[in-house]
Design a protein around this ligand. Structure first.
Ligand SMILES: [Zn+2]
Length: 431
């Protein structure tokens, strides 16, 4: 759902001599997956080829992988594969996702500053940090605390080169620039050393649909920040043109939220799904395994977190936003659509044989769906307590036991395998 990313992936040219086997090549597996999603052969596409290229076995697929770690593996593999190819003049991963910060220490006596540059592909923002007494009640508060200066005093005094002595100083992080696509991770998981367990933080942390990053390029003391506004639902869900135009007056670092990865579950496990805004129609959709369904944008407030989190049993499963993707708003920018995606003949050729297998397997699966297999214990009375709906000639026959159907309408079933241990019954009705 990031067309720029998909576009660059499609543009890349796989070369077996440079990139190794097809199976192990992450960008090629991504190409194949994107191609099959764009020109679907079936209702649901599988990701086995991709996860296999990560060297994840089928067991590891079921172990929860950290999103940050996944992005790191994915980006590094893409950068490496692209750098091996000749057509790599632009490092598109860095261009899209990399931002820059500076870590600054300022001497409080002479004002001398020492700088340390750092780049980031995503930002991890804590919800709480008990040691530093940080308790962030909104995303904007988390941003403020991220750049808030820390005082170096007492035992922590800093040696200033200019003053040539230990002085009181201020240490802080400042943003140099933000990337086009800004990934933010909310620190919902931590390891509790007291309980020796992984814990999930269920607290409510609202985040705005339109994020004004212009202010975070300023110094902490110069930022106008409204704490109660940043926690307000109505403010957060407001993505009107007017608010965007107001922010743009301050500079071009205005971002719109387009994807939210949601963690459903407890600290010990659960499930991820995502709300994503489509650039093609401007609507929000819920992506949950094989299902994609429309959602109203107001549903976003339901995954901000729990208002009275301290009263929540830690074993209770909650649905909370975990990983946010924001995109820089560029007025007048021509957005890439599905029509702009160039799928090479080479990629189509590489997929051809696999596609034939997929189509063949789909037919077999379709045929299998017409059968219901069940085991029968020959020592027990021959009764089924299974009820289901059978549709025949458009008439719904509800809640009839299969046993009744066999006895009363035996001509409707074709018994395939007539021993007592297992029976295949073909439903001749359509569904
Ligand atoms: Zn100094």
């Amino acid at each position: 759902m990031t067309p720029e990313f998909r576009y660059e992936i499609f543009k890349w040219d796989y070369n077996q001599d440079l990139n190794g086997s097809q199976e192990d090549c992450i960008p090629l597996q991504l190409q194949k997956l994107f191609y099959r999603l764009q020109e679907p052969l079936r209702k649901v596409e599988e990701t086995k080829g991709l996860t296999k290229s990560f060297q994840w076995s089928s067991n590891e697929v079921y172990v929860q992988q950290d999103i940050q770690e996944l992005c790191r593996v994915l980006f590094e593999a893409i950068e490496l594969s692209f750098s091996l190819s000749d057509n790599n003049e632009n490092n598109f991963v860095k261009k899209l996702y990399q931002g820059k910060t500076q870590s600054i220490i300022r001497c409080c006596e002479c004002g001398y500053k020492s700088f340390n540059n750092d780049t980031f592909m995503d930002l991890s923002l804590p919800i709480m940090n008990m040691f530093e007494g940080i308790y962030n009640k909104s995303l904007e508060m988390a941003f403020m605390n991220f750049i808030k200066p820390e005082s170096l005093d007492g035992d922590n005094k800093y040696f200033c080169e200019k003053c040539n002595k230990k002085v009181k100083a201020e240490k802080y992080t400042s943003f140099e620039y933000f990337p086009k696509i800004l990934f933010l991770q909310l620190g919902r998981f931590y390891y509790d050393f007291a309980t020796e367990q992984r814990e999930k933080i269920n607290d409510r942390v609202p985040f705005p649909l339109i994020l004004n990053c212009n202010k975070y390029l300023k110094e902490y003391k110069d930022i106008k920040y409204n704490e109660s506004e940043s926690e307000n639902e109505e403010y957060c869900l407001n993505d009107a043109e007017e608010i965007i135009n107001n922010y743009i007056k301050e500079g071009n670092n205005v971002y719109e939220l387009f994807s939210i990865v949601i963690h459903s579950g407890t600290a010990n496990g659960g499930h991820y799904y995502a709300y994503i805004k489509s650039f093609e129609d401007g609507d929000w959709y819920c992506f949950n395994d094989g299902n994609v369904s429309y959602i109203d944008k107001n549903e976003i407030k339901d995954i901000f977190g729990e208002k009275n989190s301290e009263k929540i049993n830690k074993y209770k499963s909650t649905n909370t936003a975990y990983y946010l993707s924001y995109r820089k708003i560029e007025k007048g920018e021509k957005k890439l659509t599905i029509k702009d995606m160039v799928i090479s003949d080479k990629l189509k050729e590489l997929c051809k044989e696999e596609n034939e297998v997929i189509i063949e397997n789909e037919k077999i699966e379709e045929e299998k769906r017409k059968f219901i297999k069940m085991g029968v214990n020959p020592n027990k009375e021959y009764t089924f307590n299974i009820y289901f709906e059978i549709q025949k000639n458009g008439n719904e026959l509800k809640n009839e036991s299969l046993n009744d159907k066999i006895e009363n309408n035996s001509d409707e079933f074709e018994e395939e395998n007539n021993d007592c241990e297992s029976k295949s019954i073909k439903l001749l009705g359509k569904k």
